[in-house]
Design a protein around this ligand. Structure first.
Ligand code: DHE
Length: 587
C-alpha cells in the first residue's frame, strides 16, 4: 500500500504535529519556530487539571532558599501542572515529552532551560515566551523551578475514596420502573466542559431536559449495559452515576477515584451487566473497580511499572481509554506511558487475573470493530494502532497508520465497497484518514493493514464517525489553525470509495460553524455523534466559555441543516453521547 505524497502544507503540519516536545538543541532566537498556538496539536495540550490546587513544599530545600520563594514555588507548580505535566509527566519523568528530572535539567543548566522555554522547538515544544503565553519573569521562574526536585502530589487511596464516596439514592430507594416519559435511548448526554456539567438533550425534540452538575472540566459519559445508568467523569476524577429512570434524572452516587482522570466504563459481559464500574486515573496512576450500583470502591490497582520495551520503571503511567469486552468478563485498560494494554478479569476481584499485553507507548483513545471482537487503540505519539483480540486477549497487530498522531475517539466502522469491513481513524497531526481492514475471515488480504489513506479537510482532527444505518463518514478538523476549516466538517460518501489508492474519494464540506450563526469568537466544530436511528448527526460548535456555543443537527441523508440548538446553559459543549449508541458500542 503506497501513501500519496502530501502537499507541502501538510508536511509543515505533520512536522509541527509532533505533538509533544523533545529536549533537542535549543532553538536560537533567529530561528524562532512557528507560534506554537498555531499547531493544531498544541491547542490540544492537556491543561485542565485540579492538581494545581495542591499545596506544595520545596522538596529538599529550606523555605525561601535563594533559588525561589515558597510563593514562587507554589505558582511554578501550578503553571507546571496546568501547562507541562500533560506532556512531561507529573513527576517530570517524561511522557510524550522528554524527562525533566533535575539530573537532566541541571546538566543542561539555567540558560539552556530559559532559552528552551522561551523559543520552544519545531518538534512541538511550545514557544511559551515568544508567544506571549508566559512573561519573561515566569519563564525565568520556570527555568529555576526545573532545577529543583519536583513535588509529588499526594496519593489517593481507599481512605480518600471512601471519604469522597456518597450514595445519594440507595438502590432500594430507586424506582423499579422508568418514572419519566423520556425516550432514554435517544437521549444525548452532552459534556458542558468548562461548566463542569452535562446536559441531557432529547434526541427527538432537541429540548434540554436536564443540566446536571458533575466533575471539574467534565470529560466523557458512558452508559451502563442496561442503558439505565449514565456514568460521567470529570478531569478531577469525580465519577457521577446518574439514574435515567428517575422522574427527574439525577445523580444517585458519586466518588472521587483520584486527583486526575479521563475514563470511566461499566461491565458489559453477559451475567455481569451493571455489576461493576471502572475508572482510570492520570494521577495517581491507577484504576479502580467499583460496585456498579453504588460506586462503592472495591479494588484499586496501581499501573506503575516498567515500560514494555525499555523495561525501565515509570512512576506515573496514566490510564487512558477503558473499554468493556463483549467476549469475556474483562475490562480493556490502556496504560499510556508503559504502552501496556491490561485485560482485567473482573470475575473474581479477590484473585484478580490480568493479562498484560505489550502494545505500544502512549496509548490514548480507541474503539471496537463492527463485530465488537477486536479493539483498536491509537498509540498516538508513535503513529500506531494496536489491535487486540478481546476473545483471545492477545495482540493481533500493531499498525503504522502512515499519518501523524492518529486520534480516532472510538473510530468509525463501515463496509468499504472494495475492502469490506474497515475501521477508520483521522489524525491530529495531518489531514489524512486511514482505513484498517477488520475482516480476517471474509477479507483476509486486507485484515489488520492500512487498506487506504486519503485526505480529509485538514489536520487537527479529533473525531471521526459513521453509523450502520448511514452511508456517510464524517471527519472533524477541530484543532486546525484555519478558522474556517476548524468550523467545518468533511463528509465522505462511503459507496463512492474505490479501490485505487491513487484516487482520493471526494468529500463534501459542511460549514457547520456558519450554520450555527454565532457572531463572535472562533467556535470550533468537534465530535460528530449520531442519534439512535442513525438518521441525524449532531455536532458541537465549541466556543470560549464566555461566548455563545451551539449544537448543530444535520440530516444524514440530505446533508442539510436540520436544527440548531442554542441555549445560555450550553457552555463549551464538546463530547456528546447518544445513550443507545454508547450502550451498544455502535459507531
Ligand atoms: Fe479527551 C476521550 C484524554 C483533551 C474530548 N480523551 C478521551 C479518552 C482519553 C482522553 C484517554 C478516551 C476515554 C475512553 O474512551 O475511555 N483528552 C484526553 C487528554 O489527555 C487530553 C489530550 C488533554 C486533557 O487535558 O484532558 C484530552 N478531550 C480533550 C479535549 O480538549 C476535548 C476535545 C474536549 C473536552 O471535552 O475536554 C476532549 N475526549 C473527548 C471526547 C472523548 C474523549 C469527546 C470521547 C470520545 C468518544 O467518542 O468516546
Amino acid at each position: 500500500m503506497t501513501f500519496r505524497a502530501r502537499p507541502a502544507r501538510t508536511l509543515l503540519l505533520s512536522t509541527a504535529a509532533l505533538v509533544f516536545g523533545l529536549l533537542a538543541a535549543p532553538v536560537t532566537a533567529q530561528e524562532k519556530p512557528k507560534d506554537h498556538a498555531d499547531d493544531p496539536a498544541a491547542a490540544y495540550e492537556p491543561s485542565m487539571t485540579t492538581l494545581a490546587e495542591i499545596q506544595v513544599e520545596i522538596p529538599g530545600l529550606k523555605p525561601d532558599d535563594p533559588v525561589m520563594t515558597q510563593e514562587e514555588f507554589q505558582r511554578a507548580t501550578e503553571i507546571y501542572f496546568q501547562r507541562c505535566a500533560g506532556c512531561h509527566g507529573v513527576l517530570r519523568n517524561g511522557a510524550t515529552g522528554k524527562a525533566l528530572t533535575p539530573d537532566l535539567t541541571r546538566a543542561n543548566g539555567f540558560d539552556y532551560l530559559k532559552s528552551f522555554i522561551t523559543y520552544g522547538s519545531p518538534a512541538g515544544m511550545p514557544n511559551w515566551g515568544t508567544s506571549g503565553d508566559m512573561t519573561e519573569a515566569d519563564v525565568d521562574m520556570m527555568a529555576r523551578y526545573l532545577l529543583l526536585e519536583p513535588p509529588a502530589p499526594p496519593e489517593w487511596g481507599m481512605p480518600d475514596m471512601k471519604a469522597s464516596w456518597k450514595v445519594i439514592v440507595a438502590p432500594e430507594d430507586r424506582p423499579t420502573e422508568k418514572m419519566n416519559d423520556l425516550d432514554i435511548e435517544n437521549l444525548m448526554s452532552v459534556t458542558l466542559r468548562d461548566a463542569g456539567q452535562i446536559a441531557l438533550i432529547d434526541g427527538g425534540t432537541y429540548e434540554i431536559k436536564e443540566v446536571i452538575d458533575t466533575g471539574y472540566a467534565v470529560h466523557i459519559s458512558r452508559i451502563s449495559a442496561s442503558g439505565r445508568y449514565l456514568f460521567v467523569i470529570g478531569r478531577d476524577a469525580k465519577v457521577d452515576m446518574i439514574d435515567l429512570w428517575m422522574e427527574k434524572p439525577g445523580v444517585v452516587a458519586t466518588i472521587k477515584i483520584g486527583i486526575e482522570a479521563r475514563s470511566v466504563e461499566t461491565s458489559k459481559f453477559e451475567g455481569y451487566e451493571d455489576k461493576y464500574a471502572i475508572a482510570g486515573g492520570y494521577w495517581p496512576p491507577q484504576y479502580v473497580i467499583m460496585d456498579g450500583n453504588t460506586l462503592e470502591p472495591l479494588k484499586i490497582v496501581s499501573t506503575r511499572g516498567n515500560i514494555y520495551d525499555e523495561q525501565i520503571y515509570h512512576p506515573e503511567p496514566r490510564v487512558a481509554s477503558i473499554l468493556s469486552s463483549h467476549f469475556k468478563p474483562e475490562f480493556i485498560v490502556n496504560v499510556k506511558e508503559t504502552g501496556k494494554i491490561l485485560m482485567v478479569d473482573y470475575s473474581d476481584l479477590k484473585n484478580l487475573k490480568t493479562t498484560e499485553i505489550e502494545a505500544e507507548r502512549f496509548l490514548h483513545d480507541g474503539g471496537l470493530d463492527s463485530t465488537h471482537r477486536y479493539f483498536m487503540v491509537a498509540a498516538n505519539a508513535r503513529n500506531k494502532i494496536a489491535v487486540v483480540d478481546t476473545k483471545e486477549s492477545k495482540l493481533t497487530a500493531l499498525i503504522d497508520t502512515g499519518g501523524q498522531t492518529p486520534h480516532p475517539g472510538r473510530g468509525a466502522n463501515f463496509t468499504h465497497p472494495v475492502y469490506g469491513p474497515v475501521w477508520a481513524t483521522s489524525h491530529l497531526g495531518d489531514e489524512t484518514v486511514a482505513l484498517v481492514g477488520t475482516d480476517p475471515e471474509g477479507h483476509a488480504d486486507y485484515a489488520w493493514k492500512i487498506v487506504d489513506s486519503f485526505y480529509a479537510l485538514g489536520g487537527g482532527s479529533l473525531f471521526i464517525k459513521t453509523h450502520p444505518n448511514s452511508q456517510h463518514l464524517y471527519v472533524d478538523a477541530t484543532l486546525n489553525p484555519d478558522a474556517e476549516i476548524s468550523a467545518s466538517v468533511a463528509v465522505f460518501d462511503i459507496a463512492k470509495m474505490g479501490g485505487d489508492p491513487a484516487v482520493d474519494p471526494e468529500y463534501t464540506t459542511l460549514p457547520i460553524g456558519e450554520w450555527a450563526g454565532i457572531p463572535d469568537g472562533q467556535p470550533r466544530v468537534v465530535q460528530p455523534e449520531f442519534n439512535k436511528e442513525g438518521t441525524e448527526v449532531w455536532f458541537s460548535v465549541w466556543n470560549a466559555k464566555d461566548k455563545e456555543s451551539a449544537i448543530v443537527v444535520v440530516d444524514d441523508k440530505t446533508l442539510e441543516l436540520k436544527h440548531v440548538i442554542k441555549d445560555p446553559r450550553l457552555i463549551t459543549p464538546t463530547g456528546k453521547f447518544n445513550v443507545l449508541n454508547t450502550q451498544k458500542d455502535v459507531y
